[in-house]
Design a protein around this ligand. Structure first.
Ligand SMILES: [Mg+2]
Length: 259
């Protein structure tokens, strides 16, 4: 069994014996990222088996199929094509019509064609190109702290979205979150927060780190990023368009890709 899995198995055993806060601390591992030449440490913890929080700056939630990719031994064989999307007003919209979702159930898929489009992308006939569906979402209203309601709401919402999508999708969600006041336990440096938030490239870089691949392994011709913040008249910003430029991906608006 790979070391990481052994560790996970141990954690599950610990979970049965200890209270919640001690479990979270037992899972607390030191990680770091170098941003603008500055080495910044942060802690990770497993929120659920499929969801991990990264310091106070981010979360990652993965499907079973994506987990298989992370665990594959032959990471260097084959190239990757990445269909990347924003979440809100791109993949989903609120049921209530409010700008931000009010609960974990306040969402619906924005386009009827969505499941088919994602399935078509990930159904590969060419084994040398490995498909990935990545969702990069700024969640500046979500406080990334143990016990925070906004965090549990977001993770619950992402799990529900994941369950409503075909289980064959190799899908990963990255969310850029905010730190709580007076939280010293898992807090990330401000430069890491800024790096992780679109239009900056942190969430994309984290995907590359998680896959343990070199960017040369990405098939840029077949990869793209799709989001609604395109700087058009009425758009609240152009952060999706700028993000696509920064990661050197082709850009589509949701209308262009799904309609
Ligand atoms: Mg959006």
């Amino acid at each position: 069994m790979p070391k990481a899995l052994l560790k996970a198995a141990k954690v599950v055993k610990v979970e049965q014996r200890k209270g919640l806060s001690s479990i979270l601390r037992s899972r607390n591992l030191k990680h770091h990222v170098v941003v603008n030449g500055k080495k910044c440490a942060y802690s990770e913890r497993n929120y659920t088996t499929s969801c991990k929080t990264m310091g106070s700056h981010g979360i990652r939630l993965i499907s079973g199929k994506f987990r298989q990719l992370l665990e594959r031994q032959d990471k260097e064989s084959g190239n990757y094509r990445i269909a990347a999307f924003d979440l809100d007003d791109t993949i989903v919209q609120t049921k209530t019509g409010s700008r931000f979702s009010r609960s974990s159930t306040d969402w619906k898929f924005k386009y009827p064609s969505l499941q088919d489009r994602l399935s078509d992308f990930s159904a590969t006939e060419d084994n040398s190109t490995i498909p990935i569906v990545a969702i990069f979402t700024n969640q500046g209203g979500v406080t990334n702290k143990e016990g925070a309601k906004s965090l549990s709401n977001l993770i619950d919402r992402l799990n529900r979205i994941l369950e409503a999508l075909p289980s064959s999708l190799p899908i990963v969600f990255y969310g850029a979150t905010k730190k709580a006041k007076n939280d010293t336990f898992q807090v990330s440096d401000d430069v890491v927060h800024s790096w992780f938030r679109k239009p900056n490239v942190g969430m994309f870089e984290q995907l590359i780190r998680d896959l343990e691949i070199d960017k040369a392994k990405i098939d840029y011709k077949e990869s793209f990023y799709c989001g609604d913040a395109a700087g058009r008249k009425g758009d609240f910003s152009d952060s999706d368009l700028q993000f696509a430029k920064n990661i050197e991906f082709k850009f589509f608006t949701p209308e262009e890709y799904f309609e």
